[in-house]
Design a protein around this ligand. Sequence first.
Ligand code: 4HQ
Length: 245
Amino acid sequence: MKCDVLTIFPEIFNAYLSEGMLKRASQKGLIDIHVHNLRDYTKDKHRTVDDYPYGGGSGMVMKPDPFFAAIEALNPEPLNRRVITLSPAGKQFNQEMALELSTEPRQLIFLCGRYEAVDERVRIALADDELSIGDYVLTGGELPSLVIIDAVARLIPGVLGDEHSAEIESFSWGILDYPHYTRPPEFEGLKVPEVLLSGNHKDIERWRRKEALRRTVLRRPDLLEKFSLTEEDKKLMNEIKEDSQ
Ligand code: 4HQ
């Protein structure tokens, strides 16, 4: 994943990108992330990135020209880049989009807005995708960019361990995870489910699948609309129904 970020607050990215899996992925050359200060692409002595809104109103608007100059400098070839803007008005980012972005051969360029908004011409002329990370209002596009970079990077082969690549392609994709436990077997009176200590891998697999389905039907039944249940799943779902009666 080749990825560049344009922001007036490049420091925001340092802490997150220099720890954990993303740091290791960078060191291994699996991801290549560069964060650029948008002010470096201004031409006036005050390095101005914002201005008053035409038509009046509150708040400032980010000027288009620093974004245009930066993209021209980073990658002037529209065919070799994929420019992403962040906005609650964008398409809601999800795991399917993360998977799709993880195989993108073009350079990803994230444009992070601040203040009230970004001049509309940036979206019209430069953006290939406008994405939202959810229905709430943030103060800038930096956190959404990091969220998307994180979700995409972990899907790149080699970034996480081998168990995870199995997990990505696994049949539990699209439903919630089962409950996890580690030692001790009893903590504050709360016991680890017996089956997990049994050593019976067939039973453990069945229990995990059932609990994953139980959580999904209880907490996120909407996820099951797009999910096709196997014959074994249907049996487990009937058991779940009986358990609740
Ligand atoms: N923004 N998902 C950047 C968001 C947002 C979101 C508000 C984007 C502020 C300047 N972006 N502007 N939610 O709240 O992507």
